[in-house]
Design a protein around this ligand. Sequence first.
Ligand SMILES: NC(=O)c1ccc[n+]([C@@H]2O[C@H](COP(=O)([O-])OP(=O)(O)OC[C@H]3O[C@@H](n4cnc5c(N)ncnc54)[C@H](OP(=O)(O)O)[C@@H]3O)[C@@H](O)[C@H]2O)c1
Length: 254
Amino acid sequence: MLHEFSLDGRTALVTGGSKGLGYAMARALARAGADVAIASRHVEELKAAAERLAAETKRRCEPIVCDVTRGDEVDGMVAEAIRRLRHIDVLVNNAGINIRNVTFDQTEEEFRRILDVNLVGLFLVGRAVGRHMVERGSGSVINLASMLGLVGLAGRPGYTASKGAVIQLTRTMALEWASRGVRVNALCPGPFLTEINTPVLNNPEANRFFIERIPLGRWGQPDELAGAVVFLASDASSFMTGASLVIDGGWTAQ
Ligand SMILES: NC(=O)c1ccc[n+]([C@@H]2O[C@H](COP(=O)([O-])OP(=O)(O)OC[C@H]3O[C@@H](n4cnc5c(N)ncnc54)[C@H](OP(=O)(O)O)[C@@H]3O)[C@@H](O)[C@H]2O)c1
């Protein structure tokens, strides 16, 4: 590995790290040398994931239960991650949900819930970890947006709004912290095979609609984000901040 990509001696916090893209990215960071903490709401699933990750990578993996929509829990989780890992070099701000409905059918409660997790939760975690990174004068924050922060899709009003806002919040955090040694970038995945997409995968018509629109002709595998997350986390991306990196099988090239 080129030494610019090495995360030896670094530490990372990954929210939503118990499964899906969060787990795959936490594992990639650990494989590049980082000790990691993963956070999510369901304690048993989280603990099992941390044990599996530590066994797979031989790196330290600390499970910390947290609902990112609760400011008090977020502050406690970040303090605990700093206590266990000594500091945080990398934040992968990844916890997220989707509730699919066309605009006329999306309830106010659904819309608010999506924004609460995907945007407010990401803001709360980013603010808490950003404060710590700015005090230390270094760090890399990776905010999970989506290709659906860049293009629209019928049936996703809350989700597309939340992800577009994540891209804008990323730019503002990047500008505020650039002179303090902290970089902030957005990662914009396309369609990946994780639980969040179960409703699409279980619906043959919706699944076909997706595959026909992915130029590479297939869903992404979670491990196909490994290179991007290690790049953004490491010194390999040292001149990059406020940017959005798209990994979408070509969807947004159309
Ligand atoms: N998969 C895709 O195609 C795709 C594409 C573009 C962007 N993304 C984004 O990538 C991120 C991860 O998605 P994924 O596909 O890996 O989803 P996933 O498999 O459903 O995993 C979501 C993770 O977030 C956690 N989580 C959900 N709500 C939370 C909350 N309130 N507080 C703390 N943790 C919470 C979940 O654990 P608990 O339920 O136990 O809390 C789980 O660990 C999301 O932000 C998603 O929008 C995904």
